[in-house]
Ligand binder design. Structure first.
Ligand code: UT7
Length: 317
């Protein structure tokens, strides 16, 4: 059904912040972050926005796909950390790369890119689409409370993008939303209305790490199995797993419970931290560039997080 991935790209800001740098700001250590999360360093923006990252990732994906802006029929960007509510990130990308197609943003937190890709697949199924640019981009450094050691050591900035076209490569997918706000919540700016009487919550990331951890492991294991079954395949037939880079312990649990070799799971959280909607497309781009991904390979992509939500798909590259 539906798609072929023509090209991928990614972009991260230049500034590297190490665990030791963070240990000078909050009560943490390289040892704790490495052992409990698996991150060694992350990229943090100084001036660039989520839209700036998206433009750079998009340009690389289009160059790799060998297509120009006028060959795009749709742009979808997944993000929770755009600088502006309007214009959208996708609209900004459209404008800056010189495209004229419709463009819109999607928010499903860390699983946003998976929802954006699934939406793009539906557009392709409607027909009359040549190419769609799908982006995941985040400047989470603006949503983090830099005094909160339980989140500021985890989240980071970056973007990934894919150009997709009609093809045969989207074998199965599963999107899930629970919709509660007790495990992960990021309040938006509360406004300055003199008429509001309710309290304005701080606009930072709140996350119950342990509950999210349990949700993540269960969703990855069950949803990965489910999409593989839906496609009439078995786990042995999967060549690569590109999973949300939230914690190496989650990736290790997933490998163990799915009984798959860790070699098949892409890991780059050590370099980039958790970049929410950008995590899967950045990791996918790394896999594509590594030379390990061959045409015809099967790849499971899966992301989970705020919502609570998760999105998983199986593709043939
Ligand atoms: O992208 C969205 C999806 N997000 C996820 O999937 C995140 C899933 N959750 C996790 O990855 C982990 O739960 C965390 C990395 C967030 C936290 O790790 P944990 O092993 O679950 O730690 P915890 O929250 O149970 O805290 C254990 C201890 C606490 O101290 P006490 O109460 O035992 O004295 C925390 O205060 O670790 C402490 N702690 C820290 N210590 C040093 C929390 N953050 C830090 C820190 N440095 N940065």
């Amino acid at each position: 059904m539906a798609i072929k991935i023509l090209g991928t790209g990614a972009y991260v800001p230049e500034k590297i912040v190490t665990n030791d740098d963070l240990a000078k700001m909050v009560d943490t250590s390289d040892e704790w972050i490495t052992q409990r999360v698996g991150i060694k360093e992350r990229r943090v923006s100084e001036t660039e926005t989520a839209a700036d990252f998206a433009v750079n990732a998009a340009k690389e994906a289009m160059a790799n796909a060998n297509i120009t802006a006028d060959e795009l029929d749709l742009i979808i960007a997944a993000t929770i950390s755009a600088e502006n509510i309007c214009p959208t990130v996708a609209g900004t990308v459209q404008n800056r790369i010189g495209a004229t197609c419709p463009a819109f943003d999607i928010n499903s937190a860390c699983s946003g890119f998976m929802f954006a890709l699934d939406t793009a697949v539906s557009y392709i199924a409607r027909g009359n689409i040549r190419n769609i640019l799908v982006i995941g981009t985040e400047r989470l450094s603006k949503l983090v409370d830099w005094d909160d050691r339980s989140t500021c050591v985890i989240f980071a900035d970056g973007a990934g993008a894919m150009v997709i076209a009609p093809g045969e490569g989207y074998l199965a997918s599963k999107m899930f939303t629970a919709g509660g706000d007790d495990v992960i919540k990021i309040p938006a700016f509360g406004g300055t209305s003199p008429f509001y009487t309710n309290e304005k919550p701080a606009p930072y990331i709140f996350m119950d790490g342990q509950e999210t951890f349990k949700f993540a492991v269960n969703k990855i294991v069950n949803d990965v199995k489910e999409v593989i079954e839906k496609a009439g395949m078995t786990l042995d037939e999967i060549d690569h797993l590109v999973l949300h880079q939230a914690n190496t312990r989650i990736l290790d649990f997933a490998a163990k419970r799915l009984k798959i070799s860790k070699e098949k799971i892409i890991v780059n959280i050590d370099k980039y931290g958790n970049t929410a909607a950008a995590s899967v497309p950045i990791a996918f781009n790394e896999l594509a560039k590594s030379g390990r991904l061959k045409r015809g390979d099967t790849v499971v992509m899966s992301a989970f997080g705020g919502g609570l939500s998760s999105g998983t798909c199986l593709i043939r590259y």
